[in-house]
Design a protein around this ligand. Structure first.
Ligand SMILES: [Zn+2]
Length: 619
């Protein structure tokens, strides 16, 4: 394993050199030259007519593609019945209107291009003219402007011949006034073009598409926007490095990666190049993240502001990653999704047939980066398998919670230990994430709702950073160690957590070790939906969905379990029927070890009850 790691580090270092120099060369384009390779004809964005032609040939014999088209046409028929969009904000956002417009334009636009039925084109045109007549696209929350520019740019391009010059002129005027013009001032003044998270990809890619759609008519806008976007995008794309994880959690992985796919596809189809952006380290591996962080029933290892109980759902960007990086694992994973759920127009845009050969997956996986993730499982393709995921990294990442060392656990088809997810973005101070910021008063975001230790009842330091210090994987067991010291510096001189899958991958051991100088209250906790019965003080029986899991406190033996409610008062989310299994040491001092064994009651009724306790230094 160590050898493999060293090899990876070497490859990463080499990759970095190649990437940086490749990017510098490619990006050193004369800014007035950026449009010199512009495809003159429409459609030039996302799906060229020649590729549409190839898909139509494939369609004759590809049943999955036939199913995708059925799904898209059904969706387009629905979209054609909907009333026109209206300008209505929710809080500070118009985003739901922009997204609905984007959804309609893809579905109606593809339905028209596939069937040549003008009813789809006409509905799309009406939607485009409606949003182009809006007073603005809410540039103060620029995601809204960018997603609407994407929708309008795509619609203009795909329906170019159908629209006629009079309507084209109106749409161009709306796109310039509400999209491209605000974008130019945003590139000068706003923070997002310098950001390293989802806003970067969404805003840049949305504007790339808007700008390229009308680049021949408005070259002065397109030139400046494309140049600004290709300078800005690497800041966020490097956040995938080195292993493809996304620090904002699985929900934002999807948002950011879809927009990465939109932006880079548009550059390739309209300009015939990617400016070296595809080579940025970590992007080729990004498809591993949703595959490995989805538990046996598809529930993600949930962290940061992800929706509650988020799970793997169809994500057409997996097809884009699969075709761009020739990765059949990504393709196979997405085919499994659309076999059970509706496909979208973007699945057709990036379609590739089911792969003939599927590469093997490892049971365990370690993602490095601004947030570090380790996931372990007992098996693939078994919805009852044991799965545990652990999170480390940096508490200050965008959308982050105070949750270093947090873990989530699935077994027997049940999520036993879970993260509660995001709260309402409109809560006062939700974005005030500095030390002492109001964000950390909210239960779901601070340490008190997470399955992490609490010292003196205090949150982890919002500025803390943690790393995995050891990751080992063998057939029958695997573990990770995480150094949490910087999260608890006020109360402890050292804090380390170990999470291990043990006993032929039938149980999980969570072991925390503390070095504490001045006595403090130490609370070990995990958050669960299960009913908890404490029969003996150091054994708790958890029941959920008719299944059982035994929690056994192996150390310290003198302590015992308690139960706490996770209930909160509105306007926070209330976490009805969520509980916390607690171990409380009122005056912890010196070297303290808390060791908890989590054993599912498997079908054969066998429960792992014993495990030798070793100091983490001997793991
Ligand atoms: Zn959380």
């Amino acid at each position: 394993m160590r050898y493999v790691c060293r090899f990876v580090v070497l490859m990463v270092a080499l990759g970095l050199c190649l990437t940086t120099s490749g990017l510098a060369q490619e990006s050193a384009v004369d800014s007035s030259e950026v449009l010199s390779t512009l495809e003159k004809n429409h459609p030039r964005l996302m799906l060229m007519d020649k590729d549409l032609g190839h898909l139509k040939i494939l369609y004759a014999k590809d049943r999955v593609l036939q199913k995708c088209l059925r799904d898209v046409l059904k969706d387009a028929d629905n979209c054609a019945e909907k009333p026109m969009l209206t300008y209505r904000k929710i809080g500070p956002r118009l985003l739901h209107v922009s997204r609905e417009c984007l959804h309609r334009i893809y579905a109606l636009g593809l339905a028209y291009r596939w069937t040549s039925d003008e009813k789809y084109a006409e509905k799309a045109a009406e939607n485009l003219l409606t949003v182009c007549a809006f007073d603005d696209w809410n540039p103060s929350h620029f995601l809204d402007t960018a997603e609407m520019s994407h929708a309008v740019g795509l619609g203009y391009d795909w329906l170019y011949s159908y629209l006629g010059e009079e309507r084209r002129e109106k749409i161009r005027a709306g796109l310039v006034k509400n999209g491209l013009k605000p974008a130019l001032s945003a590139y000068e003044k706003s923070w997002w073009s310098k950001s390293e998270h989802n806003w970067n990809q969404v805003c840049n890619a949305g504007m790339i598409i808007g700008a390229l759609a009308i680049a021949e008519s408005e070259p002065q806008y397109a030139e400046r926007i494309i140049n600004s976007a290709i300078k800005s995008l690497p800041r966020a794309l490097k956040s995938y490095g080195p292993d493809g994880a996304w620090m904002e959690g699985p929900g934002y992985w999807s948002y950011a990666t879809h927009y990465t796919a939109y932006g880079l596809t548009a550059l390739q189809t309209a300009l015939g190049k990617d400016f070296g952006l595809l080579q940025i380290e970590g992007l080729a591996e990004a498809g591993n993240f949703p595959i490995y962080t989805a538990g046996p029933r598809g529930l993600y290892l949930n962290f940061a502001d992800s929706g509650e109980k988020g799970s793997r759902r169809p994500m057409p960007c997996m097809f884009w990653l699969a075709r761009t990086y020739d990765n059949s694992l990504y393709a196979e994973s997405e085919h499994a999704e659309i076999a059970n759920h509706d496909a979208s127009a973007q699945h057709v845009v990036w379609y590739l047939p089911p792969p003939r050969q599927i590469p093997q997956k490892t049971l365990d996986c370690y993602f490095r980066g601004p947030v570090e993730i380790a996931v372990f499982r007992s098996a693939w393709n078994d919805p009852e398998a044991l799965f545990v995921g652990v999170k480390a990294g940096y508490n200050q990442v965008n959308h982050g919670h105070l949750d270093l060392g947090n873990f989530e656990l699935d077994a027997l088809g049940i999520r036993w230990v879970r993260d509660l997810g995001s709260d309402n973005y409109n809560l006062p101070g939700y974005w005030d994430g500095k030390r002492g910021g109001r964000r950390w008063e909210y239960y779901r975001l601070n340490s008190k709702s997470h399955s992490v230790p609490l010292l003196n009842g205090e949150n982890q330091d919002p500025l803390a950073k943690s790393n995995f210090t050891k990751f080992e994987t063998e057939n029958s067991s695997a573990f990770v160690l995480v150094d949490l010291t910087s999260a608890y510096e006020k109360s402890a001189s050292k804090v380390t957590r170990g999470v291990a899958m043990i006993a032929d991958r039938r149980a999980v051991l969570v072991q925390d070790e503390f070095e504490i100088e001045n006595p403090c209250e130490l609370v070990w906790a995990m958050t669960t939906d299960a009913k908890i019965d404490i029969n003996e003080k150091n054994t708790a029986l958890l029941t959920l969905g008719g299944r059982k899991l035994v929690a056994r406190l192996l150390s310290p033996l003198a302590a015992g379990f308690e139960i706490e409610s996770a209930r909160q008062k509105p306007p926070q989310k209330t976490n009805k029927s969520v509980r916390r299994l607690i171990v409380r040491l009122p005056k912890a001092k010196g070297v303290v070890r808390v060791s908890v064994l989590l054993s599912p009651v498997w079908k054969d009724k066998e429960v792992v009850t014993e495990v030798p306790i070793k100091p983490l230094t001997q793991w």
